[in-house]
Design a protein around this ligand. Sequence first.
Ligand code: MN
Length: 363
Amino acid sequence: MLPQGTGTSGTARIDNLRQRLKLRRGRAFLITSLINIRYLTGFSGSSGYLLITGEGCYFFTDFRYQEQSKAEVVSCEIIITKKDPVGYIIKSIEKKGIKHLACEDTLSYRQFAMFSKKFQMTALKDTIEKIRLIKDEAELWHIRRAAKRAEDAFIGIKPQIKAGVTEKAVASMLEESLTAQGVSNMPFKVIAASGRHAAMPHAKPTDKALEGGDLLILDWGGESDGYYSDMTRTFLIAGGNDLSKKREIYDIVRNANREARNSVRTGQSAAEVDMAARRVIADAGYGQYFGHSTGHGVGIEVHELPYISAVNRKQKLEQNMVFTIEPGIYIPALGGVRIEDMVCVTGDSPQMITNLSRNLEII
Ligand SMILES: [Mn+2]
C-alpha cells in the first residue's frame, strides 16, 4: 500500500533530530510528548519516554507495553521500567553521565521539578514540531488518503442532507460514513452548524432542523494511519427568501480562499497567505466578521505548525509543508460561511489535497 523507499524510518528522523541538537558529551534530550515520540519511534501506546544522547537512543516504557514496543519501536534500545518510572529513568540517565538535560517545554511542572533535582535543565520549544513541518512522501500519502476518505464519506451522505434533517443527524451520518471509509480515529467531532448557529465558527451540532434558506457549515476530517485531514464546505438549504446577502458573503469567502491558495509558494511568509485572504474580506467591508486566522498545519495533529496568521511573518513556506486555508465570514443572526481546503506547498503553486467543489451548492 505504501510507496517504497520513502524515507519514513524512525532512524532517519532521529538522526535528523540529533544533527540539529548537536549533543555534546554529558548532555541529552528527554522527549515526553507522546505525539513526538510516535513521530520519532513509531510507538503508539499511551506511556513512554524517549532519551536521545550523542551516541544512543533509549525508549522507556512499562510492562504493559513490553510487546507493543518491541513490535513498533525502531532504532532505539527499549527499557522496561519498574514501579516509579520517573525515578527509574532519572537513575538511568545519571548512570549515563548526563549532567545537562534538555526537555520539551510541555513537560509538566511536577516532573520538571523532579528532574531539576538531579540535572541542569533546559526547556526546548517546538524542536520536533519544526521537523514535523516538512512532510515526507509516506506522510503525504497518508494525508491525501485521509482527505480522500473524508471527501468520499461526504459524497456518500450528501443526498440525505436537506431541510427537516437535524444538525445532529447530519453530523452523525457523516461520522458513520467516515468510519465506513476506514477512518478509525476522527480528528474532531463533525461540526454541522445551520442558520444562526453558522455564525459560530465552532458550533456544536444541535437538535435544530435544517430550514430553507439556512447556510449550513460542515467541518469534518478524515484519518489514515494516524495522519489527519481537515476541510469545511458551506451549503445553502433550498427554499427561503432574500438570499442575496448569503450569496454575497459566500462569493467573498470563496474569493478569499482562492486568493490565499494562489499566494502559496515556497519562500512566501505565512503572514502573506493570511493577508491574501484577509484583504479580500476587508475590501468587501466584512473584515470585522473574520475573527480567526486563515489556517494551520495538519499532520499527526489536526492543529500543528505552521500557523497561517497575520503575526507569523517569520515563518517561511517550504516545499512539502501541509496546511489549511479556511477564511470565513460570520454574521450574528444571519449565519456564516467558511470554505476550508488543505494544500501542500510545491514550488510556485500548491498541490491541492482537498478537491470538493467550492461553488455554492443549493441542497
Ligand atoms: Mn481547520
